[in-house]
Ligand binder design. Sequence first.
Ligand SMILES: NC(=O)c1ccc[n+]([C@@H]2O[C@H](COP(=O)([O-])OP(=O)(O)OC[C@H]3O[C@@H](n4cnc5c(N)ncnc54)[C@H](OP(=O)(O)O)[C@@H]3O)[C@@H](O)[C@H]2O)c1
Length: 299
Amino acid sequence: MALSTTRQQPPIPHPATAKWWSKDTVAIVTGANKGIGYALVKQFAKLGLTVVLTARDRSKGLDAMDSLKALGLDHNVSFCQLDISNRASISSFVSWFRSRFESFDILVNNAAVSFNAMGENSIDYADTVIKTNYYGSKQFTEAMLPHFRLSASVARVLNISSRLGTLDKLKNRKMKAILGDRERLSEDQIETVVSVFLQDVAEGRWKTAGWPEIWTDYSVSKIALNAYSQILARRYEGVVSVNCFCPGFTQTTMTDGKGNHSADDAAEMAAAIALLPPRCLTTGKFYTGSTARGMISKL
Ligand SMILES: NC(=O)c1ccc[n+]([C@@H]2O[C@H](COP(=O)([O-])OP(=O)(O)OC[C@H]3O[C@@H](n4cnc5c(N)ncnc54)[C@H](OP(=O)(O)O)[C@@H]3O)[C@@H](O)[C@H]2O)c1
């Protein structure tokens, strides 16, 4: 049940004041050639982690590496091409990763697409949106799970999600009941919800079937990602922490540069959540906001 227990939290510690990691702590960030992903790689690099910057477009990824170099932040950053919507690309990434690293500690699933400008709501690319934002992040997570350095206090997945993907945006009662039944929620059920949505799109029913009203396909993709995160958090409780984070309205390409704050601001908060000290590490939570006093709720 999304956001049913929202409450104000004590401030999330600034990572620099609660450092528990070393340069051997490895973080992977998807979709990191620009926007929040790139800003997060900068944060991690500044804080002294080893980072893997990934981008679906090799030349954009290398440009991002050049920018990091210009900032003097490239020493512990490696680049590998990764298109999360392409299984062959995920396999190549895993081979590359295994040839260079034994394991990793932090996975940030940041990559996502939206084909809508602000104020628009077209579903022309609904298949791609679902394939990237939900299935892509899920497939990549599954491919990387065996390579986590398993440690209850360290291993973390942070899924960059959105408030547009909270269950209150879904008015379709049947779909909402499926996703809201936390005890019985399964991957098959998420798949059912997503398939029904794509069928409603294909058959022209999507506007009247109770799907979210803003950026509908993107919202459904994030609803599915949140639900999957819930399942992962339950399955790996005590082994891997799994949380979601909505960065809020952020000035990036996705929002045509509009927003209440910069990608650097959003990444600062994302880094603080990804690097929560072991003593306050959470799992199955949904964080929102761009300040250290962000909101937190159950997924
Ligand atoms: N900006 C906001 O207001 C806002 C609000 C809530 C949530 N979010 C979330 O924050 C995250 C980052 O978004 P952003 O605002 O930084 O957007 P952005 O600037 O558009 O960046 C998105 C990144 O994802 C990459 N990407 C897209 N499809 C990919 C794929 N198949 N494989 C690998 N990488 C792929 C893009 O690569 P290309 O450069 O090649 O396209 C780009 O690097 C997303 O999960 C988004 O949903 C953003």
